[in-house]
Design a protein around this ligand. Structure first.
Ligand code: NAP
Length: 290
């Protein structure tokens, strides 16, 4: 990578940041596109967020991704925020338009794009979401926007109720439901579901034997999307496929959300396969158990 005086800087704000996969896949895309950009990790402490955002303007950084713990609070420091980001109260991409900072979110659209690339149109699908954290909200709102009916099941039931309340406030009473993350509750809902999305961290490295629901509830008509991407094959995906269901892990969402961000900054279509391969190669080197 050749960093020159003309090179435009993009990057990611987070705390911690050293584990981020974004520099790996974004710089791979930048090399493949042969454009004069570099993607840099910025370790931004929570108390320094306002100054860091001011730095985007002062240093004429073209844009940044935003990750934990800044996705919600950064909204206060931006000039404009997309409707979808406003709805979910979270921003993962900042675009610097000549000093005007615009916030948007590519997590939900990245999820939809990767799932629809594999499985076709998801409009109106009956969905069960496991989990009610930040990624559940991004996915739930993206699915609600395309008319999906959504059941949210979470270990902490109260958070599932809160997510359903915010869906209902945004989209009206369209059959959103909160349930406990328990066998009896899930069994009936899954029987009539098309799509199951795991947004809990269960099954993530090093807990690779973890599974967020009893596997015998999985059935061949389900599409199963596990947001966990490390490992790139999770136990949930294995169990789903062994029962004849279509299933995938979160690598596709990771890459598509990154590609959508890069497109916002450069107006170019990033090479999805190159970005995906860069992440896989990084895991092969970094994770002994991979
Ligand atoms: P988060 O906001 O912290 O939410 C975590 C969720 O997991 C909560 O609903 C939590 O339930 C649940 N949970 C945690 N441990 C559990 C357990 N032992 N049993 C049952 N439920 C449990 O995290 P997040 O940002 O949404 O991320 C969640 C997962 O998605 C992570 O694995 C992350 O790597 C992955 N992710 C992937 C992508 C991608 O691009 N593929 C993007 C974002 C996130 P409680 O409410 O009860 O605590």
């Amino acid at each position: 990578m050749n960093v020159l005086g003309s090179t435009r800087v993009i990057g990611v704000f987070g705390h911690p940041i050293s584990h981020s996969l974004s520099p790996v896949m974004q710089n791979a895309a930048i090399r493949a596109l042969n454009i004069d950009y570099v993607y840099v990790p910025f370790h931004v402490m929570p108390e320094d967020l306002a100054k860091a955002v001011e730095g985007i303007r002062a240093l004429q950084i073209a844009g940044v991704n935003v990750t934990i713990p800044h996705k919600e609070r950064i909204i206060d420091y931006l000039d404009e925020v997309s409707e979808y980001s406003r709805e979910i109260g979270s921003v993962n991409t900042v675009i610097n338009l000549n000093g005007v900072l615009k916030g948007d979110t590519t997590d939900g659209p990245g999820f939809i794009r990767s799932a629809e690339t594999a499985w076709g149109d998801l409009g109106g699908c009956r969905t069960v979401i496991l989990g009610a954290g930040g990624s559940a909200k991004a996915v739930a709102f993206a699915l609600a926007r395309i008319g999906c009916k959504i059941v949210v099941a979470n270990r902490t039931y109260k958070r599932a109720v809160e997510l359903v309340e915010s869906l209902t406030a945004a989209f009206g009473n369209k059959g959103f439901e909160a349930v406990e993350l328990e066998r009896e509750e899930l069994a009936g809902r899954l029987e009539n579901a098309d799509l199951l999305v795991n947004t809990t961290s269960v099954g993530m490295f090093p807990d690779v034997d973890g599974i967020p629901l009893p596997p015998d509830l999985l059935h061949p008509k389900l599409m199963v999307y596990d947001l966990v991407y490390n490992p790139v094959r999770t136990r949930l995906v294995d169990e789903a496929q062994s029962r004849g269901a279509r299933a995938m892990t979160g690598l596709g969402m990771l890459v598509h959300q990154g590609a959508l961000s890069l497109k916002m900054w450069t107006n170019l279509d990033p090479p999805i396969d190159v970005m995906e391969q860069a992440v896989i190669e990084h895991f092969e080197k970094a994770t002994p158990s991979f």
